[in-house]
Design a protein around this ligand. Structure first.
Ligand code: PEP
Ligand code: MG
Length: 328
């Protein structure tokens, strides 16, 4: 089976009815880009930059310097040889503590994390943005911002990005003036107020790990409630499908970069909702590609509509089983 799959490395992920699907990789450190390339990823869909920051004490002066970050981002871009690299700005807090000894908030998942933290530490944020921008001179980079919910957070972020660009212009350092900026859609409020995001940004990436956590109020790392973590909950299905379809209608690219994108159980569901880009751990690319090669959107789409219309869990499960059984 493994051998059979490895023959698919150079095969494009095209459905039976001819739709090209983009399969890209999630990475944690620049050295992982080599695995992504090796697995046939068409790019990096999620570079979780916090891994460059974690394990160092939580003091500003101990953060990786601009040059150190620049070298890391540049290394990933060069390893991908012209394929796009999506770098997510620092996403710390909750399940990703910067510092083990840090005093934890009562509800860390609802606290000062990700973009909220970055906007409260503008010098640290500007440093990271300059490093990413400088790396964009060496190959295509997309900037991805985690955990936004409010229009003013998007506007403040875009302002800070402009400030970072201005600082580089003053230093006469080169960068991609048109670097695309996108948002993670991982807070239900963002999914439900999507026009705020579509209007201001170039692309969207759905973070199903957090989107499910916040929609169902299930701590994603708490084993005692793990059985309640359900990607097929009708509320989750509604949010996924509304984001994918609104993005497509507006002509703005939408990907999924949470765990759902790399699990073949959900490939047909997401395809049938209209998803064209999947980002996952490099080791999952070939099996997802295999599923795509065996899928026909003309058959999937009406069946996914049935999944969406079935609100009872048993009916959803039955419609999902029919979806998996479709053959063209
Ligand atoms: C997600 O929330 O789905 C996601 C991809 O980001 P992370 O798992 O890093 O929070
Ligand atoms: Mg997340």
């Amino acid at each position: 089976e493994r051998k059979k799959l490895s023959r698919l490395k150079k095969t494009p992920a095209i459905t039976q009815d001819g739709e090209l699907i983009s399969l890209v990789a999630n990475i944690e450190l620049p050295a992982d880009a080599a695995n992504a390339w090796e697995a046939g990823a068409m790019g990096i869909g999620l570079f979780r930059s916090e891994f460059l920051f974690m394990g160092r004490a939580g003091h500003l002066e101990k953060f990786p310097s601009e040059d150190e970050q620049f070298e890391s981002y540049k290394q990933a871009v060069i390893a991908m040889k012209g394929r796009p690299v999506t770098i997510r700005t620092l996403d710390v807090g909750a399940d990703k503590p910067l510092d083990e000894d840090e005093e934890t908030a009562l509800n860390p998942a609802l606290g000062l994390r990700a973009i909220r933290y970055c906007l409260s530490e503008p010098q640290m944020f500007l440093t990271q943005l300059r490093a990413i921008l400088r790396a964009s001179h060496f190959g295509p980079i997309k900037l991805l911002i985690p955990m936004m919910a409010h229009a003013f957070e998007i506007d403040q972020t875009l302002n800070i990005i402009e400030q970072a660009k201005q600082q580089l212009r003053e230093r006469k350092q080169k960068f991609d003036e048109d670097i695309p900026v996108g948002a993670m859609i991982e807070i239900p409020a963002a999914a439900l107020a999507l026009p705020l995001f579509i209007k201001r940004l170039d692309f969207l990436s759905i973070g199903t790990n957090d989107l499910i956590q916040y929609t169902l109020a299930i701590d994603r790392v708490d084993h005692e409630v793990a059985h309640l973590y359900d990607p097929l909950h009708p509320a989750v299905l509604f949010l996924l499908s509304t984001v994918i379809s609104q993005g497509r209608k507006a002509g703005i690219p939408v990907s999924v970069c949470g765990e759902m994108a790399g699990d073949v159980k959900w490939t047909r569901l997401l395809l049938g909702m209209g998803l064209l880009e999947f980002s996952m751990h490099p080791s999952q690319i070939l099996s997802v590609k295999n599923e795509i090669l065996n899928s026909d959107l003309r058959l999937l789409e009406p069946q996914v509509k049935k999944v969406m219309r079935a609100s009872e869990p048993a009916a959803i499960a039955a419609a999902m089983a029919q979806l998996q059984a479709l053959t063209s």
